[in-house]
Design a protein around this ligand. Structure first.
Ligand code: PLP
Length: 390
């Protein structure tokens, strides 16, 4: 009954598809079972100690108050320096950068900044679950286009037909690990320039890349008026709980995002910003991050090798991230149902593919965020389960 009184936009947002999995996993854990969590998008590795020390020292020094709603200058400057790409020569830390509590808030603020009620926003799928909900929360209308099963010619035709206000894409991609090539991003840039479309590029996994073909939207100077580049520290630096992210964009969009931040969170946590500025520029941190990347790569290689031996399972070779997204539709009818039964029977929690939008059905997302032994053990349980099930 009370639902009738709630905001209709909130009623339109589906509850998180992972909650049911988590509730069930927690119930099993309460009953004393050990559950292996391969569903979380959270590194199992520790935030480098050097970063923690900087945050503690900043707190001790009294850096515990509000900061500018754009974030501290020192961090904005480091972001331009390290992440400015081809835009660096003209990026101004005072105009073109905002620091936010997580990349998630940067995305939300970007959508608030660019869309009007009823505007269509196109999500390239399979994709992270939050984009759709954020579009609805900002009174936009989400559209999806499955780029794994269609060409960019098809995409261009679709874009011309629906005329979206913005396109959101994520490379390296959660859940597939796919990296969009230079040519593919260039096609998106062409569409943006000819059809007046904002490009929102979520690059949060740009530090977990295993091939040399990653390209940031910051490589495309001509697209700057239409670009919003989203990034953060959660994944690369194993800092999910610190809540720190940022966006690089043109002055108008950043000013609009600053307004959103001013009247909501005010600013990200002050001492976390100090630690983030340090993380971007410290050599030892850089070395630790590289070790983490190599560890994810090793896990990817182990899992890929195991998966390749199973007939009738297709998957994209992950070029980045710590996810792998096999299509197991040969063995199952319903991925949500499969994930629940797999959890209940083998005590391994994975994410059903359908929640990642069109192109996700029939898939399972594994997060490679456990040690090698657990990873191999979980794979063996998975194999046993699909074979028993067939
Ligand atoms: N973008 C993608 C694609 C993600 O997978 C996630 C987290 O899972 C985020 C953004 C959120 O990042 P943050 O922790 O910085 O808010």
């Amino acid at each position: 009954m009370i639902g009738l009184l709630l905001s209709s936009k909130i009623n339109d947002i589906a509850p998180s598809g992972t909650l049911q999995m988590l509730d069930n996993a927690k119930r099993l854990e309460r009953e004393g079972f050990e559950v292996t969590h391969l569903e979380v998008g959270d590194p199992d590795l520790k935030t480098p100690e050097e970063i923690i020390n900087v945050a503690i020292e900043a707190m001790r020094q009294g850096f515990t108050h509000y900061t500018s709603s754009r974030g501290i200058y020192e961090l904005r400057e480091a972001i331009v320096e390290k992440k400015g790409g081809n835009l660096k020569s003209f990026l101004d830390p005072n105009k073109h950068v905002i620091v936010t509590p997580g990349a998630k808030f940067a995305l939300f603020a970007a959508l608030s900044a660019v869309i009007n009620p009823g505007d269509k926003v196109l999500i390239l799928t399979p994709s992270w679950v939050s984009y759709k909900a954020m579009i609805i929360a900002n009174f936009g209308v989400p559209y999806e286009f499955d780029i794994d099963n269609h060409s960019f010619d098809d995409l261009e035709e679709f874009v011309k037909k629906i005329k979206p206000r913005a396109i959101i894409f994520n490379s390296p991609n959660n859940p597939t690990g796919r990296i969009l090539t230079y040519q593919e991003i260039n096609r998106l840039v062409d569409m943006a320039l000819t059809e007046d479309i904002f490009l929102i590029s979520d690059e949060i996994y740009d530090g977990i890349v295993f091939s040399d073909n990653f390209v940031s939207l910051s490589s495309f100077k001509d697209a700057f008026d239409y670009s919003v580049i989203i990034n953060g520290f959660s994944k690369t630096y194993a800092m999910t709980g610190w809540r720190i992210g940022y966006a690089i964009s043109n002055e108008e969009i950043i000013n609009a995002m600053v307004k959103v931040q001013q009247y909501t969170s005010t600013c990200p946590v002050s001492f976390v910003q100090k630690a983030a500025a340090f993380a971007l520029s410290d050599k030892r941190v850089g070395q630790k991050v590289e070790k983490m990347r190599l560890l994810y790569k090793e896990r990817r290689d182990i899992f890929v090798k195991l998966l390749k031996e199973v007939p009738h399972i297709d998957f994209k070779f992950p070029e980045g991230t710590f996810y792998i997204f096999p299509n197991i539709s040969y063995f199952i009818n319903d991925d949500s149902n499969f994930a629940l039964r797999f959890l209940k029977t083998k005590h391994v929690c994975v994410t059903p593919g359908n929640i990642f939008g069109t192109g996700g059905r029939g898939h399972i997302r594994f997060s490679l965020t456990v040690n090698k032994e657990k990873l191999v053990d979980s794979f063996n349980k998975f194999l046993q389960f699909i074979m028993e099930d067939i």
